[in-house]
Write a protein that binds this ligand. Structure first.
Ligand code: NAP
Length: 266
C-alpha cells in the first residue's frame, strides 16, 4: 500500500498536513511521540475520509530512530511515496544557560533524523522514479538568530540541505518542497520553553498564521511546481528585507530585542 509519512503529526502543522492530505485521499503513516493523540487522529481521519491511517509512536530525537521507522515501514509492507519531514522542536534562551542534552536532542531531531529519513526514502523514490518530499524549515533559517542560536542554525541546515538535494535530483521525477513558516499558532512555543513574553517579542504584535494557512500555502506552491514556499506575506517581506541589510547588523538588532528577556540586568 502507498502511504504518506508525516512526522510530527500529533499537533500543529503536521496535524494540519494529515487532515489536508487525508481529504485528498492519501493513506497516512503518522509519526510522533504521543500515542494517544496519534491514535485519535488516525481514527478520526479513517472515519471521515475512508482512507487508511496508521501511526508509529517513537521519539525521533533518539539516534537510530530513522532506521527504526524505515524498518517498520518495510515490515508493514508500506510503499512510502510521500515523506513530510515536519517534526521539529525549538529552544530559546541564553545559550550558555540552556540544557545541553536538550540542545543535542534538538539537533538530532531537526537535522539528523530528517537527513536519515530523506536518504532512506529518497533511495526508494529514485528506484521508483517518483515521489514527493516536503521538508519543513523556518524563516529563522535565513539569518542567525541570537537567543535561538541552535534552533535557527538547525533550520539553516534544513534549508541548505534541502536546496542542495533538490538540485542533485533534478534528473529524477521527484518533487521536493521546502516550506519555511514564520510565526504559527501551535504548541511549538511551549514545547520550546518560550514564554508568552518571548512570543510577544518575536511577533512585534503581528498576527500569527494558523497551521492550516501554512499547509494551504505549501500545497498551492507544490501544485504550482515551486520548490520553496515562505508562508505568509509578512514573512516573505521580512526575508526579502534581510537582503538589504548587512548580516552583522541584523544579528545585533535581534540580540538587542531579546536581551531583556534572556539576559536581564541583575
Ligand atoms: N510554530 C511556529 O511558529 C513555527 C515556525 C517556523 C517553523 N516551524 C516548524 O514547523 C514544524 C512543526 O512545528 P509546529 O509549529 O507544528 O509545532 P508543534 O505543534 O509543537 O508540533 C511539533 C510536532 O513534532 C512532534 N515532535 C516533537 N518532538 C518530537 C520527538 N522527539 N519525536 C517525535 N516527534 C516529535 C510533536 O509531537 P509529540 O510531542 O507527540 O512527539 C508534534 O507532533 C517544526 O519543524 C517547527 O520547527 C514552526
Amino acid at each position: 500500500m502507498k502511504v504518506t509519512i508525516i512526522t510530527g503529526a500529533s499537533s500543529g502543522i503536521g496535524e494540519a498536513f494529515a487532515k489536508r492530505l487525508a481529504g485528498e485521499n492519501h493513506n497516512l503513516l503518522l509519526i510522533a511521540r504521543s500515542e494517544t493523540k496519534l491514535k485519535t487522529i488516525c481514527e478520526e481521519l479513517k472515519q471521515l475520509y475512508k482512507i487508511e491511517a496508521q501511526y508509529i509512536a517513537i521519539d525521533l530525537s533518539q539516534p537510530g530512530a530513522d532506521e527504526q521507522v524505515f524498518k517498520e515501514t518495510q515490515k508493514r509492507n508500506l510503499q512510502v511515496n510521500w515523506l513530510i519531514n515536519n517534526a521539529g522542536i525549538g529552544s530559546a534562551g541564553d545559550f550558555v544557560k540552556l540544557d545541553l542534552q536538550s540542545e543535542f536532542n534538538l539537533i538530532q531531531l531537526n537535522i539528523a533524523t530528517l537527513v536519515g529519513l530523506t536518504q532512506r526514502y529518497l533511495k526508494i523514490m529514485r528506484e521508483d522514479n517518483g515521489g514527493t518530499i516536503i521538508n519543513v524549515g523556518s524563516v529563522a533559517s535565513f539569518t542567525p538568530t541570537p537567543f535561538q542560536a541552535t534552533y535557527a542554525a538547525s533550520k539553516a541546515f534544513v534549508r541548505s540541505f534541502t536546496e542542495a538535494i533538490i538540485a542533485e535530483n533534478l534528473p529524477y521525477k521527484i518533487r521536493f518542497l521546502l516550506v519555511c513558516p514564520g510565526l504559527t499558532e501551535s504548541k511549538f512555543f511551549e514545547n520550546g520553553s518560550m514564554s508568552e513574553q518571548d512570543k510577544q517579542t518575536l511577533s512585534h504584535g503581528f498576527k500569527f498564521q494558523t497551521p492550516e494557512d501554512v499547509v494551504n500555502e505549501a500545497m498551492v506552491g507544490l501544485h504550482k511546481g515551486k520548490t520553496k514556499v515562505i508562508s505568509g506575506f509578512r514573512n516573505r517581506l521580512l526575508v526579502a528585507a534581510l537582503y538589504f541589510f548587512p548580516n552583522a547588523m541584523i544579528v545585533k538588532m535581534g540580540a538587542k530585542g531579546f536581551r531583556p528577556n534572556f539576559q536581564p540586568i541583575e
